[in-house]
Design a protein around this ligand. Structure first.
Ligand code: HEC
Length: 134
């Protein structure tokens, strides 16, 4: 019985330790800002509001509430679907950004989830991006 308890306590520590590493979001967000400025800002703009009828906004975009894997896929595979964001249809195509590292993709997503008034819960980790590359 004592052994079982000790194992449970050990598992508890491992889980809490993980949670601390994963909620390390502030660093991920600030690294993500640099990724954004280099690879995304040309189309989605510095204020995240996108451009005309071509590039959709990320700021306050309903799409940002989609599951993490959907967001990861947009970065890894791009999109030519002509997405409708906040009720408006966008005609541009998003080129795949699969050349970014797993960490860069996790960071940039954590940045856009927490910028321009966005507050989307849940941290995206490099492991989640890795699992999504198929
Ligand atoms: C060449 C321009 C271009 C670049 C560069 C680009 N995007 Fe996009 N992005 C688009 C377009 C256009 C769409 C809409 C695609 C569609 O309608 O199928 C889009 C869609 C999205 C969406 C889903 C729709 C939304 O508005 O929420 C996300 C999230 C996104 N991009 C994030 C990024 C991130 C992060 C980067 C940088 C790593 C990036 N994009 C780089 C043009 C671009």
């Amino acid at each position: 019985m004592k052994k079982v308890l000790m194992v449970l306590v050990a598992i508890g520590f491992i889980i809490t330790g993980r949670a601390i590493v994963q909620s390390n979001t502030p660093q991920s967000i600030s690294r993500g800002k640099e990724v954004y400025e280099l690879y995304c800002q040309n189309c989605h703009m510095a204020d995240g509001k996108g451009m005309g009828e071509i590039n959709p906004p990320l700021a306050k975009a309903d799409y940002m509430k989609k599951p993490a894997n959907t967001l990861i896929d947009v970065i890894l595979k791009g999109s030519t679907a002509s997405l409708t964001i906040n009720g408006k249809k966008y005609v541009g195509a998003m080129p795949a950004q699969e050349y970014l590292t797993n960490e860069q993709i996790a960071d940039v997503l954590n940045y856009i989830k927490n910028s321009w008034g966005n507050k989307i819960p849940g941290t995206i980790t490099p492991a989640m991006v890795k699992a999504q590359r198929k």
